[in-house]
Design a protein around this ligand. Structure first.
Ligand SMILES: *Cc1c(COP(=O)(O)O)cnc(C)c1O
Length: 500
């Protein structure tokens, strides 16, 4: 097997092993780690169709992370994808009509797709640290606007040799999100509310990472800071697994013959999930179109259609908040790849984005975007889609997944069903239980009088889907975290926790 090394999108010369890239997260030059070559994976669908999620995960992770031993990969996979998922198949594929299946990526700890990567990242990270003989305890510092924090907490809870501190804006998250976080169990977890907004908290966390004196002192005391950021290659690669798995399931269900092309539609924010689908295509999964779906924050739609990325635009709060994003960090990896892995143009474009707020790709690069189709759905269309799919298929989409479904419909209309033979897999990124109010409103229920708990009960009554334990427990679970601090007291709060 050929060894796969990683380099920064901004420096091809400086190569790292996967373990080093996972521990480092982001390169010093600001670039993202990228495999120097794509692994050659033997995708034998006749065999893979009967393989478990864990078996496919071991195959894919082993192919990308060649410096990990087979035992190390198995340890990570088996600890990540276990009973914390509420289904043994981990990522069920639900066919909702003859052409469309929803790949349900929301059966983990926090009922959203970030669990797929954040369940395994702690194991990849601690295994990598061990390989590199890092002796210190790893301390994850995260600022969250709601979802990532809880998924990271759940992932790192009780993982040996790690601690995690999550900061959230006191008045900036939903009731359910706050409850999910402050009830988090695990002696190595700490959740702290801050008096300030998400940006304040995020800026302070970055400051702590760069605080040399603090880092030196912590190293002395046996701690090293790290982050669970979504651009870590240790989060991207585990996301390739479920696209391979979904294709194998389609073959198994006789929905397609091995080798037949499919489309993949992804509700997109930071461009991580859809990039993982592109990686799946590159290693040989027969994928034709990658359908990139945005909400009203349509910066990616303009990028794919005009070749211009321009973040200088209003920021909208939508019913699909995890896609409310103006800078899609993972797009840098696509830019790098389509620029034939040249560092200079990648770096120039990314620096221009920071300085000027926009950049334009050249025609040669633009011509290579044909694997993608991009469009958007606003909140009205998203709600209509939830209702329509419920009426026609008796399936309840969450608002994010509904955005992808709506954009997939636009794709069919615009292409006059030219590739009507293709089956499409839509990435189902959240359970409807995560957004009960938007979903119930879309279904025509008057929600004004309903409490958080009642919204959940109502949705369960309509959907007949059992309430996931991630949600049912939080209303009665003991509150374990109550600390509220000023922004300037965040550092002290971290130090207090580490001294415990
Ligand atoms: C994070 C998230 C997305 C966006 O995924 P990216 O990888 O950032 O593009 C979509 N839906 C949900 C529910 C999410 O939590």
């Amino acid at each position: 097997m050929t060894q796969i090394l990683y380099n920064s999108t901004r420096d091809n010369q400086n190569t790292l092993t996967a373990a080093e890239a996972i521990v480092k997260g982001i390169a010093n030059d600001g670039g993202l780690y990228f495999p120097q070559t794509m692994p050659e994976v033997n995708l034998d669908w006749d065999q893979l169709k009967d393989a478990s999620y864990q078996t496919i995960a071991k195959l894919i992770l082993g192919a990308f992370f060649t410096d990990f031993t087979e035992d190390e990969i198995a340890y990570c996979v088996d600890h990540a994808y276990d009973e914390k998922f509420d289904t043994a198949v981990i990522a069920p594929l639900k066919s909702i009509d003859e052409k469309v299946s929803i790949l349900e990526l929301f059966h983990g700890n926090t009922i959203a797709f970030k669990d797929m990567a954040l369940s395994i990242l702690p194991y990849l990270l601690t295994t990598a640290a061990k390989k590199l003989q890092i002796k210190e305890e790893i301390v994850i510092l995260t600022a969250t606007s709601g979802d990532t924090g809880k998924a990271a907490l759940a992932g790192f809870s009780e993982v040996p040799n790690t601690r995690i501190v999550v900061f959230y804006p006191k008045d900036g998250v939903s009731e359910i999100q706050e409850l999910q976080m402050v009830t988090q169990v695990g002696n190595n977890t700490k959740v702290i509310a801050v008096k300030g907004n998400f940006d304040d908290a995020q800026t302070k966390v970055k400051e702590l990472f760069n605080d040399q004196a603090l880092n030196a002192q912590q190293k002395n005391d046996g701690f090293v800071f790290s982050s669970a950021n979504s651009i870590n290659i240790g989060r991207l690669v585990p996301q390739v697994v479920y696209y391979v798995y979904s294709y194998a399931q389609l073959v198994k269900n006789n929905a397609i013959k091995a080798g037949e092309h499919i489309n993949i539609a992804v509700p997109t924010g930071n461009f991580g999930n859809i990039l993982a689908a592109y990686f799946a295509k590159m290693i040989g999964v027969p994928i034709e179109k990658l359908i990139c779906a945005s909400n009203r924050n349509n910066v990616l739609v303009d990028f794919f259609n005009k070749g211009i990325y321009d973040k200088r635009r209003p920021f909208y709060l939508t019913s699909s908040p995890s896609m409310d994003i103006l800078v899609s960090s993972n797009l840098e990896r696509l830019i790098y790849l389509l620029n034939n892995r040249q560092n200079l143009p990648t770096k120039e474009l990314m620096e221009q984005l920071v300085k000027e707020g926009n950049y334009q790709i050249n025609q040669t690069v633009k011509d290579q975007l044909h694997d993608f189709y991009a469009s958007q759905a606003d909140d009205t269309l998203t709600a209509e889609t939830i209702k329509k799919v419920y009426q026609e298929s008796d399936y309840i989409l969450d608002p994010h997944t509904a955005v992808a479904y709506a954009v997939y419909q636009q794709y069919l209309n615009e292409t006059n069903n030219e590739d009507h033979h293709n089956k499409t897999v839509i990435a189902g990124t959240a359970s409807p239980y995560k957004f009960p109010e938007s979903v119930l409103k879309a279904l025509g229920v008057n929600t004004t009088e309903l409490s958080g708990r009642e919204l959940i009960d109502k949705l369960s009554e309509i959907s007949q889907i059992p309430i996931p334990s991630a949600i049912s427990n939080i209303f009665d679970a003991p509150i374990r975290h109550q600390e509220v601090v000023e922004i300037d007291a965040m550092k002290e709060a971290v130090l207090r926790f580490l001294a415990e």
